[in-house]
Design a protein around this ligand. Structure first.
Ligand code: FAD
Ligand code: SF4
Length: 265
């Protein structure tokens, strides 16, 4: 059921699997939900993202088992997931659990519904995407050649973490989240997809569950991460309760006022 009104609940919590929590973007709630749904007979397919060395960018990939989830944090690279789902619709087995940007939720939901594919959609509070050229410009500013990169992450591996780049020569480069030169690249708007300029969907309220970082004083010393999340639909509520009962996530209630100030852009 699509719900554009008030969320059914605001929560702050994390995965009880500390490895997932560490590797995830915030508290690993997104990964826990995907893991759990893929373990159910109703959901056979999800999407993960892997770093492709040849093209030097993240590419989406259909997966059919929780063992194939590549936990790599939030990806600040614009990826056309509606197109990807459309082109791969015949490869979807059973129901699908997918994470996508708020502006992609309705399109993906309609596509899956029209093809009678059961779906559970996660989204996130979105401060705007960056085209791949923005990341390539970032490497350029740092004096790194694309050919020398074997992997990178924008987030994950602790909280709030930052950009991590692994080079062929064994060196690793690390820059805290939202520091230079990424900050300038983001703020310049030069690498922002046009649609982000008139976006009205940045809270992802049409998804079953929406996730965000709790950028609050209370969590400033947090090292593993917590996820602030909104349960938007009855389906979302059901899954949230199941995960809590199975002790796959732990959480406490939050509220609108906290949500209104926490996910700083
Ligand atoms: C582009 C972008 C901008 C964001 N901006 C904000 C913000 O301004 N404020 C804020 O509070 N939070 C923002 N978030 C959300 C936040 O970074 C975390 O994703 C969220 O808190 C969930 O954390 P988690 O540890 O529970 O999720 P995880 O357990 O890490 O799971 C997240 C899931 O999202 C998937 N994912 C990652 N990147 C993408 C992507 N680009 N498209 C589709 N799926 C993806 C992963 O594959 C994974 O399955 C943003 C996320 C993204 C991707
Ligand atoms: S800011 Fe809006 S249009 Fe841009 S990626 Fe996020 S949800 Fe989509």
């Amino acid at each position: 059921m699509i719900n554009t009104n008030t969320p059914m609940g605001y929560h702050i919590g994390c995965a009880t699997n500390t490895n997932d929590r560490f590797r995830a973007s915030s508290g690993g709630v997104g990964t826990s939900i995907i893991r759990y749904l893929l373990s159910l007979p109703d959901y056979g397919t999800s999407i993960t993202f892997t770093f492709d060395v040849t093209s030097c960018m993240y590419v989406p990939k259909l997966i059919y088992s929780e063992d194939d989830i590549n936990i790599c944090g939030s990806i600040y690279q614009d990826i056309d997931l509606i197109k990807f789902v459309k082109e791969n619709i015949q490869h979807i087995q059973g129901g699908m659990v997918i994470t996508c940007a708020p502006c992609q939720v309705v399109g993906i939901r309609q596509l899956l519904n029209r093809n009678n594919i059961k779906n559970f959609i996660l989204s996130f509070c979105c401060s705007g995407q960056t085209t791949i050229e923005g990341t390539w410009q970032y490497y350029h500013f740092l004096g790194i050649k694309k050919d020398d990169i074997i992997n990178m992450q924008y987030r994950g591996n602790g909280w709030p973490s930052g950009i991590q780049i692994w080079l062929k020569n064994g060196n690793k480069i690390y820059h805290d989240n939202y520091t230079e030169p990424w900050r300038t690249i983001h703020l310049s708007g030069l690498y922002r997809p046009k649609r982000c300029y008139y976006c009205k969907y940045d809270t992802g309220r049409n998804a079953d569950i929406t996730m965000a970082d709790p950028w609050l004083d209370k969590y400033k010393n947090e090292k593993l991460g917590k996820t602030l999340f909104l349960v938007n639909t009855e389906k979302g509520q059901c899954i949230f309760e199941a995960l809590s009962q199975l002790n796959l996530i732990e959480s406490h209630p939050s509220d609108y006022n906290t949500y209104a100030i926490a996910p700083k852009a």
